[in-house]
Design a protein around this ligand. Structure first.
Ligand SMILES: [Zn+2]
Length: 186
């Protein structure tokens, strides 16, 4: 299979690759990396790349069969998200025993949520069209960052304590999340 790639050079120490939605491979490499080295790296990762491209193709097909989201549908989803997230955050913050800052809702095609140092939270509105326990799992994840600003064992133990279904939800997101993101036409 022919692999198309683009190189982005920066002040990093090692080469990292990812497959873009258009199936091109994005190569992030340190300044001064010779093209030949990039190509050799790609050859060693060929199986991984092929699998990723197949996964992307499957996700696009699944997204199309579920239906792409119209501007109007996205507007409704955002409206629902602005109501639901503050409620779920309030509920879980009390259970976990943490405070939080502002909540922002965005339509994103790369992440599900984030928690800033100052406690401001950010959530992907697409979560409201998924099973409600999946939405809760993301809320709990971000709120547990108010106790641990990392992904350490202690962090996951904290999640497990309040939300034992976490692993199952995370797996669901891993399998289906990409499909939902591809329902958004860019
Ligand atoms: Zn996290």
């Amino acid at each position: 299979m022919q692999i198309t790639y683009i190189i982005k050079k920066s002040r990093r120490r090692s080469i990292a690759i990812s497959v873009l939605p258009d199936k091109r491979v994005l190569v992030k490499a340190p300044y001064g990396t010779p093209e030949r080295m990039v190509q050799e790296f790609l050859i060693t990762k060929k199986t991984w790349i092929t699998n990723q491209i197949e996964k992307q193709t499957r996700e696009v097909q699944n997204a199309e069969s579920l239906g792409l989201l119209s501007d109007d549908e996205i507007k409704q989803i955002k409206k629902k998200a602005r109501k639901i997230f503050p409620e779920r955050v309030e509920y879980w913050a009390k259970k976990i025993g943490v405070t939080y800052g502002r909540i922002s809702i965005r339509l994103q095609t790369s992440r599900w949520g984030s928690c800033a140092q100052n406690g401001n939270l950010n959530f992907n509105c697409l979560l409201v069209i998924m099973p409600s326990e999946v939405l809760d799992s993301v809320v709990v994840h971000e709120l547990c960052h108010r106790k641990y600003m990392n992904h350490s064992k202690d962090f996951y133990a904290e999640i497990d304590k309040v939300f034992p279904e976490y692993k199952r939800c995370k797996q669901w997101l891993k399998e289906n999340g990409g499909i939902y993101m591809k329902r958004v036409v860019k």
